[in-house]
Design a protein around this ligand. Structure first.
Ligand SMILES: Nc1ncnc2c1ncn2[C@@H]1O[C@H](COP(=O)(O)OP(=O)(O)O)[C@@H](O)[C@H]1O
Ligand SMILES: [Mg+2]
Length: 230
């Protein structure tokens, strides 16, 4: 469960998020999409949930944890996938990158290599395991970044425009993972301009000028957003 109560975020003179009251329940919405124009506050909202941005006022809890006071525990529960996979892929080969993530789990060290290969194969990246990450296509790197984050075993998965750099087929595969993520993920929140992806969510929040302008099922909210864009 994600809860925000009276959350405001300021950056200098500007208010980036205005008095946000929001509950996102994994039972009714395992996958939630944030849509809205550039600069509306989607990334800021995601970053609040991972403690990368702190609220000026208000209360936030993610899975019962306060990002400001319980950051270490929160980071064990929450996985964050950035738009640019190169911002988070740190190891030379794919199997090493996933194995690095497994160090944050209970999986015994001697099983990391085998487990990493299984996870890569499940993501359709088996052939990439021992190759240099830099040789992979941007779509493969995005899938790899997602696989590495999932390997840490998060309960909450946050993704910031994960399909922006991808062709249609790879974008759909990323969407398949977000729609049906592996355990223990209970809740996915994804910021996106990809309205096909948003259309697959259970709930869509349309954010504009730091406020929630639409909130509901994907068909209704995406249609209203399209109409407003003209
Ligand atoms: N660290 C920061 N310092 C100053 N302004 C920021 C900072 N982060 C975000 N902003 C501003 O906050 C607004 C919302 O940004 P963002 O959350 O990235 O929007 P979105 O992801 O919807 O495009 C933008 O106007 C942006 O310029
Ligand atoms: Mg953004």
């Amino acid at each position: 469960m994600i809860r925000l109560a009276g959350v405001r975020v300021e950056a200098g003179e500007r208010t980036v998020l205005h008095h946000l009251d929001l509950e996102i329940d994994p039972a009714s919405s395992p996958m939630t999409a944030l849509i809205g124009p550039n600069g509306s506050g989607k990334s800021t909202l995601l970053r609040l949930l991972d403690g990368l941005v702190l609220a000026n006022t208000g209360r936030i809890t993610v899975d019962g944890l306060d990002p400001e006071r319980e950051l270490k525990a929160l980071r064990r529960r929450v996985g964050f996938v950035f738009t640019d996979p190169d911002a988070q892929l740190v190891m030379p080969t794919a199997v090493e990158d996933v194995a690095l993530s497994l160090r944050r789990t209970e999986v015994p060290r001697r099983h990391h290599d085998v487990r990493a290969r299984e996870l890569l194969a499940a993501a359709g990246l088996g052939a990439l395991a021992d190759r240099s990450v830099r040789e992979a296509s941007s779509g493969q790197r995005q899938l790899l970044a997602l696989t590495s984050v999932l390997a840490t075993g998060p309960r909450v998965l946050l993704c910031d425009e994960p399909t922006t750099l991808l062709d249609l087929r790879t974008a759909r595969r990323v969407g398949d993972v977000l729609r049906d993520p592996p355990a223990p993920v209970a809740q996915v929140v994804v910021a996106t301009h990809d309205l096909d992806l948003a259309g697959r969510a259970d709930r869509v929040l349309w954010i504009e000028d730091g406020r929630v302008r639409g909130d509901g099922g994907p068909a209704e909210v995406v249609a209203a957003y399209r109409r407003a864009a003209g």
